[in-house]
Ligand binder design. Structure first.
Ligand code: HEM
Length: 481
């Protein structure tokens, strides 16, 4: 049937607007589609296992840096069945840990959380976290810890004395004992030897189970760790009730936790206190011990630098009548070269090479989508080893810290709401150990090896076995209360 002219007009009048509005809607949708952020580049590996083998079959840092070279500052992967986004720029670390920290919650496997205690500070966000953080930060602030300089010094001297004599010492193991003792001191002040030994014995069993397969079958390493963790709670409850009986308000971390009241007047329960004490011990020991072990290795491998550190420390030792006057807090602030050696050791070794968070909503970063539930990992080590921020990054050079690093490029203690509240304690104990080591001891290794072992933090191969000797001119000792 032929169309009349009128029909054609009608057709045009009705049809053309429909087609035009269709085109308009399609173009809107297209623009909307274009604006929907895409997933970051990268590969997700095999179903279920993802790229877990690629990560663990080599030094994990090789995996991270190869990916960064291939995909740039943000890339996706899948580890142990968890989709992850890894981030290697200072801006991204700031985004996740500081400016948008509320969008990324801390995330740890349940089996590990059970061993430390679910109320420990690391696992929380919001009001409870803020309350704990204020308490812990207050007790570990420079004002609070300057009082324990003499105790840290006494512990350092006695540890170093026990290593000297020329027998082989596993440096990392000994540093762990030292860092544990300082952890106890920071938490409890001077503590009864019986409790100290009981805490140590059970802590070591928990520590052994932390990286073991989580099995509840009696006799397995994990189950033993769970039982030891229960005993730790019992010991801590006993210490808490003794303190309550004495009714003395101590200023150490236990005292701060026991005396804290929230805005409704609620105090912390014994379980909340125990979880946080174990948490602090756990956060304080292997981290500080690993960095101390690296410091010894880096100084050993650079005799000229060691001489310069010795000269700095011996000048202070002389001021203190060859060690017969105790070291003061103010003197620890004058150790400028030693301080830079500590910073450079933390950069080079980057013992915490990354941290984990989980996105609590879909988040857009730099045009990329980080989907809700995905793990997010700022890679500290990649930032610390980026030549744009640290030229010649594989060279140990403390002088680079004569100029402050650019913002968010140096994160050995993390950043933002979960940044390390123990950083001043850690630096203080390292300064004090180096002071006594450099003024009174020399140390040597059979053969300085370049390998690294992970346990779980990177440490020099075999824990850096070394021999320590007391230098003949430094026999004068001072007694510290
Ligand atoms: C050189 C030694 C140390 C290093 C490299 C270190 C590093 C870190 C890092 C990177 C974080 C943040 C982790 C994250 O954001 O996921 C952290 C948190 C923490 N550190 Fe340290 N740490 C050290 C020593 C200590 C010491 C001596 C103590 C206590 C006396 C301590 C107590 C804590 C606590 C309680 C947290 C959790 C803070 C929170 O979640 O709010 N750390 N540490």
């Amino acid at each position: 049937m032929e169309m009349e002219m009128g029909d054609i007009h009608l057709y045009i009048v009705l049809f053309i607007p429909v087609v035009l509005s269709g085109i308009f809607i399609m173009s809107l949708n297209k623009r909307k589609l274009q604006r929907t952020p895409k997933l970051p580049p990268g590969s997700m590996g095999w179903p279920y296992i993802g790229e877990t083998f690629q990560l663990y079959s080599q030094d994990p840092n090789v995996f991270f840096s190869t990916k960064q070279r291939r995909y740039g500052e943000i890339f996706k992967t899948n580890i142990l069945g968890c989709p992850c986004v890894m981030l290697t720029s200072p801006e991204a670390a700031k985004f996740v840990l500081v400016t948008q920290a509320h969008l990324f919650k801390p995330t740890y496997p349940r089996c590990k959380e059970r061993l430390i205690g679910p109320s420990a500070i690391f696992y929380h966000q919001g009001d409870y976290h803020m309350r704990l953080r204020k308490l812990v930060q207050g007790c570990l602030s420079p004002e609070a810890i300057r009082k324990i300089v003499p105790n840290i010094e006494a512990t350092a001297i006695s540890a170093l004395e026990s290593w000297s004599g020329g027998h082989i010492v596993n440096t990392y193991d000994e540093m762990k004992k030292f860092a544990f003792d300082i952890g106890i001191l920071t938490i409890f002040g001077p503590l009864d030897t019986y409790y100290k030994e009981e805490l140590k014995k059970n802590y070591l069993i928990v520590d052994k189970g932390y990286n073991s397969f989580p099995s509840y079958i009696p006799g397995t390493t994990y189950k033993n760790a769970i039982l030891a963790r229960k005993r730790l709670s019992e010991i801590l409850s006993e210490i808490i009730s003794q303190r309550k009986e004495k009714r003395r308000e101590e200023k150490d971390l236990l005292g701060c936790l026991m005396n804290s009241k929230d805005e409704k007047g609620q105090i912390l329960t014994d379980d909340q206190i125990s979880d946080n004490i174990i948490g602090v011990l756990f956060a304080a020991r292997d981290t500080t011990a690993s960095v101390l072990t690296w410091i010894l290795k880096y100084l050993h491998d650079d005799p000229k630098l060691l001489e310069a550190v010795k000269a700095e420390q011996k000048a202070i030792y002389k001021q203190n009548a060859e060690g017969s006057i105790p070291l003061t807090w103010a003197q620890t602030r004058e150790m400028s070269l030693t301080y830079k050696v500590i910073l450079e050791s933390m950069r080079m070794a980057s013992i915490i090479s990354f941290t984990f968070r989980e996105a609590v909503a879909d988040v857009e970063y730099n045009g990329y989508l980080i989907p809700k539930g995905w793990k997010v990992m700022p890679l500290f080590r990649n930032i610390h080893h980026n030549p744009d921020f640290f030229p010649d990054p594989h060279k140990f050079d403390p002088s680079r810290f004569e100029v402050a690093p650019k913002p968010n490029t140096f994160l050995p203690f993390g950043n933002g709401v979960h940044a390390c509240p123990g950083n001043e304690v850690a630096k203080l104990e390292m300064l004090i150990v180096v002071h006594h080591l450099a003024t009174k001891f020399r140390w040597g290794v059979e053969k300085s090896r370049s390998g690294i072992q992970y346990g779980p933090f990177p440490v020099p191969q075999h824990g850096f076995p070394a021999r320590f000797w007391k230098e003949p001119c430094s026999q004068i000792q001072h007694e510290v209360a």
